[in-house]
Ligand binder design. Structure first.
Ligand SMILES: [Ca+2]
Length: 481
């Protein structure tokens, strides 16, 4: 194939490729199109290639039926085509650049989509967190509501209590007023009593000076305070009448119990019984030498070699000791319980021999102490059974020596050194001074420490002071060895 044929083929190809693209712009093709206008609105290109045998320098496009020189392809046309080609190449390059840019955009789009997915995930996560937070806050709200309800209930309760407190305060005020009125009334009555008493007597009924309390001797761990006498004593009071007044009982020893009772005798005293072979503690019949009649006593044969004749016993409050002269003279109580032997019998005993006195004291902790006096006897009834004591020894303290030489005083026979009647204040007969450091015939208080206007318990000042009532006491005598 020669150069002319190459050129023609190239022209054909380019013309065909650009036919539909650049038909309107290209002036050459416009001319070619003119050759096809007869085809009407189909706008199809239809070309006829004439290949001359002579040498030609360029492609020849001849419309069907036209072969004029002016329609022949010239070098200018080739140049134009080349120009067009280069332009197409540039456009191609431009398109490639655009494509590259589009590729970048696609990548960016992919990145954006990925970010979008991440954002969606993050939003979902945040949404879940928010939901959780909402639920938690709702729970908190429930708890808060419950708390508020509880606070409301507590407030209501406190208001109710405050209301009750106010009511109680009002009642307390009313009761206080009543108590104050009663106190005033009592004070008025006391004043009237004092006036009446002062008209009848030269001296006002002032109480005796209180015995000095000895705190260091009060037994520790005192079970409880009390101002009540034991129940048994209350029963006794019901049976025998008020304990505050002298009981009109007979002076004889009451109802001997046939237990530990010796039918032998009578003996001179308990040492005599012991020496007769009776080494058991119990009830015995004795008759002092000058006594008119025998009496029952409790003989203590188990302590300190035995032979002790018990004159007095307190241990349970079962016997009332707030009695008159005749009772104290002849004796009262139960031999195996609480009793008072009787001033006359004690006097008779003391006349027949030289005796020593042992006083045994037991506190409410179960501790026992004693006070012993080297000699003991009473003067006769004409001397009101004046007390005569020897030297003290023991561990209870000497509270009785201040009563030595004193006459016996009862509610109805005042022989003490005090302006009033000590038996009235101390509630029992005793060898009172004014009034003294001890009274073992006072009220049996349960528990030890007691509250009372006067010291009317069974007290021994040197052991426990004036307001400690001993649990049990015994007074007993034995011939001096
Ligand atoms: Ca007096």
């Amino acid at each position: 194939m020669g150069p002319g044929a190459w050129k023609l083929s190239l022209l054909l190809f380019l013309t065909f490729w650009t036919c539909s693209q650049a038909l309107a712009k290209n002036p050459i093709l416009s001319r070619i199109r003119r050759a096809t206008e007869n085809d009407g609105d189909n706008k199809r290109c239809s070309y006829t290639f004439l290949v001359p045998e002579q040498k030609i320098t360029g492609p020849i496009c001849a419309a069907r039926g036209y072969t004029t020189d002016k329609d022949r392809v010239t070098r200018l046309d080739v140049a134009a085509v080349r120009d067009l080609l280069s332009k197409q190449r540039r456009e191609t390059e431009t398109l490639k650049l655009v494509v590259d840019v589009d590729g970048n955009l696609v990548n960016e789009m992919k990145l954006l989509r990925k970010e979008s997915r991440n954002m969606n995930s993050r939003v979902t996560q945040l949404y879940m967190q928010l939901l959780h937070e909402i639920i938690r806050k709702r729970d908190n709200s429930l708890e808060l509501a419950q708390l508020e309800t509880r606070i409301l209930n507590a407030t209501t309760e406190s208001l109710r209590l405050a209301s009750r407190y106010r009511d109680l305060e009002a009642k307390y005020a009313a009761l206080s007023a009543v108590v104050n009125n009663q106190s005033a009334l009592i004070g008025e009555l006391e004043e009237r009593c004092a006036q009446v008493y002062s008209r009848r007597h030269d001296h006002p009924p002032l109480g005796p000076p209180l015995v000095q309390v000895v705190p260091e001797n009060i037994p520790v761990n005192v079970p409880r305070f009390t101002n009540e006498i034991q129940r048994d004593n209350a029963r006794f009071s019901r049976e025998r009448g008020s304990r505050s007044g002298p009981a009109p009982t007979s002076g004889s020893i009451e109802k001997p119990i046939q237990r530990n009772f010796s039918t032998e005798g009578p003996f001179r005293d308990c040492l005599d019984a012991q020496e007769a072979g009776h080494s058991t503690s119990g009830m015995y019949l004795i008759k002092p030498d000058e006594a008119d009649r025998p009496v029952q006593v409790w003989c203590e044969q188990d302590i300190d070699n035995g032979g002790w004749t018990v004159l007095q016993t307190r241990k349970d409050g079962s016997v009332n000791f707030f009695r008159n002269w005749e009772n104290y003279k002849s004796g009262f109580g139960n031999i195996d319980g609480e009793y008072w032997l009787g001033l006359e019998s004690i006097y008779s005993l003391g006349r027949q021999s030289d005796y020593k006195l042992l006083i045994e004291l037991e506190d409410w902790m179960g501790k026992k102490v004693y006070a012993q006096y080297g000699s003991f006897h009473l003067e006769p009834a004409s001397q009101d059974y004046r007390l005569r004591l020897g030297t003290y020894q023991g561990n209870a303290g000497d509270s009785l020596s201040s009563h030595n030489g004193k006459q016996f005083t009862t509610l109805d026979r005042d022989k003490d050194a005090f302006s009033g009647n000590c038996a009235h204040f101390h509630k029992g007969g005793w060898w009172y001074n004014a009034c003294g450091q001890t009274n073992l015939n006072g009220v049996w208080y349960n528990g030890g420490v007691y509250r009372s206007k006067f010291q009317d318990g069974i007290f021994w000042a040197d052991y426990g002071g004036g307001f400690y009532s001993m649990k049990s006491v015994r007074m007993m005598i034995r011939p001096i060895d």
